[in-house]
Design a protein around this ligand. Structure first.
Ligand SMILES: Nc1nc2c(ncn2[C@@H]2O[C@H](COP(=O)(O)OP(=O)(O)OP(=O)(O)O)[C@@H](O)[C@H]2O)c(=O)[nH]1
Ligand SMILES: [Mg+2]
Length: 452
């Protein structure tokens, strides 16, 4: 897919969703893309003579010169296009049969683009760095407004810019070590070790801070899995429906109503959440209910957060709702059915109360969820690692920096420090795609859809 020979052969694909629509857009990009379209376009000379960034109206013709559709061409000349190559975007009427006929004609002269290949070319032609290219895919698939903002920030290069700054600082530190190596046998002043140590400590701190926000970034990109758990009749399904704002789950006064779990995606203050309604926890001899309860436990394990719901009107038995102790750190306890509490009822201090029926019944719980996950508005104003691959690379960088500091502290020699600093740089360069093995590129871009 990425061999240089194929890097600018012409490729085409429909870049709008397949189906009936007002307009469908087909993009062709690569060597001779403009000439290929001109062979099927009347008036052809308008296209071949067109400067970049112009719209040209005309007729798309079949191989045999028959009109296929009235189209509008957008012309982009290299390097001023998405891919950096000559490209034409053909806007035709949004009928899938017409779009197919146009594609069939183009495919006589070029091949269909692989998933993500347009963006891969944009990356290979230096239009985007790798983290920005990945952000394109994130932006397309973002499930909530905050995920879109995070992807857009990454696309605008905020993360790249921040990482470039760290890379420069690593290079400066490395340069000092290399000077010390080169001039070791000459009578030159020693390098300032205190300054070097300060630089390394600063770099370790900054990469640690960025990695620490990685968990939030991952939550924003991939969504947070929240499991509603608790005894039968605690009000889980009612709460689930309240979060969804429609009656998705069956609610009855009978304990043990929910058997199989339900899963839905919602946006909580713009953050993407996947919420699970589960079977109430109790010991049961019923085969179906027991199978549901087993699923509840496995969902609790795999979720990022558990909301243990206790019926505020119930007796203290419900306190025994069995959450395994190792899952307690990721558990928030909330008291349900707060609307049923008498005004004279003395609420537990600092406890979270919710109600599926009151208009503001989810407010306190929603705030507690966001606080527990450390998701706040200002997290998006800082550079954010949102991707597991990036987080792994950042951690590799941080580890190499720690090794460099260790080498400095143990006077292992400047060669060792420089070696670790090179590793640290390479790790960050993996995020930006400065040095990236082909198979990694394959795996990143194959997650894209065709046409992107
Ligand atoms: N007034 C009031 N009633 C509620 C509230 N939440 C749940 N209920 C009632 O409590 C009963 C049980 O609610 P469910 O939502 O089915 O409880 P559940 O935890 O899903 O129960 P299982 O599926 O059996 O585990 C129903 O009669 C609900 O109408 C609430 O916030 N206020
Ligand atoms: Mg239920």
């Amino acid at each position: 897919m990425i061999s240089p020979a194929h890097q600018n052969d012409p490729i085409c694909a429909q870049i709008t969703p397949v189906g009936y629509a007002a307009v469908t857009v087909i993009r062709i990009s690569g060597k001779a893309a403009i000439d290929i379209v001109a062979r099927h376009f009347k008036p052809a000379h308008k296209l071949t003579k067109s400067p970049s960034h112009r719209l040209i109206h005309g007729v798309f013709l079949s191989q045999t010169g028959q009109p296929v559709d009235d189209v509008l061409l957008s012309v982009f000349r290299s390097p001023h296009s998405y891919t950096g190559e000559d490209s034409v975007e053909i806007s035709c009427h949004g009928n899938p049969n017409l779009a197919n006929r146009i594609l069939q004609n183009l495919l006589q002269h070029c091949r269909l683009a692989n998933p993500g290949e347009f963006t891969l070319r944009a990356y290979l032609n230096g239009k985007l760095d790798l983290s920005q290219a990945e952000a394109v895919n994130d932006l397309i698939h973002a499930q909530a407004s905050k995920a879109e903002s995070a992807a857009l920030m990454q696309l605008h290069g905020i993360l790249s810019h921040h990482l470039q700054g760290i890379l420069e600082r690593i290079s400066e530190a490395r340069l000092r070590c290399e000077l010390a190596i080169d001039f070791a046998d000459q009578d030159l002043p020693q390098i300032d070790l205190v300054d070097l140590k300060t630089r390394l400590l600063g770099l370790i701190q900054d990469t640690c801070d960025l990695a620490a926000r990685g968990e939030q970034g991952k939550h924003i990109r991939e969504g947070v899995k929240i499991c509603l758990a608790g005894a039968p009749n605690a009000g889980k399904s009612s709460l689930f429906n309240a979060f969804l704002q429609h009656n998705r789950a069956i609610v009855t006064p009978h304990p043990g109503t929910t058997r199989d779990y339900l899963e839905e995606s919602i946006s909580l203050a713009g953050f993407p959440i996947v919420i699970y309604d589960t079977a109430g926890l109790r010991s049961s001899t019923d085969e179906i209910e027991s199978a549901g309860i087993a699923k509840s436990y496995s969902l609790m394990q795999s979720s990022d957060l558990i909301i243990l719901l206790l019926d505020a009107t119930g007796n203290m038995d419900s306190m025994q709702a069995g959450i395994p102790s190792d899952l307690l750190p990721k558990t928030i306890t909330a008291y349900s059915k707060a609307d049923l509490l008498a005004p004279s009822y003395v609420r537990i201090e600092h406890a979270i109360y919710c109600s599926a029926t009151l208009p503001d019944g989810l407010e306190q719980l929603s705030a507690a969820i966001l606080q527990h996950l450390m998701l706040s508005e200002d997290i998006l104003s800082q550079p954010l690692i949102t991707n597991t691959r990036h987080l792994a690379a950042l951690e590799k960088c941080n580890k190499a920096l720690q090794q460099a500091l260790y080498a400095l502290d143990t006077e292992a020699g400047f060669e060792f420090i420089a070696f670790e600093l090179i590793s640290a740089s390479h790790a960050l360069e993996e995020i930006l795609g400065v040095i990236t093995p082909d198979d990694l590129l394959e795996s990143i871009f194959s997650n894209f859809c065709i046409g992107k």
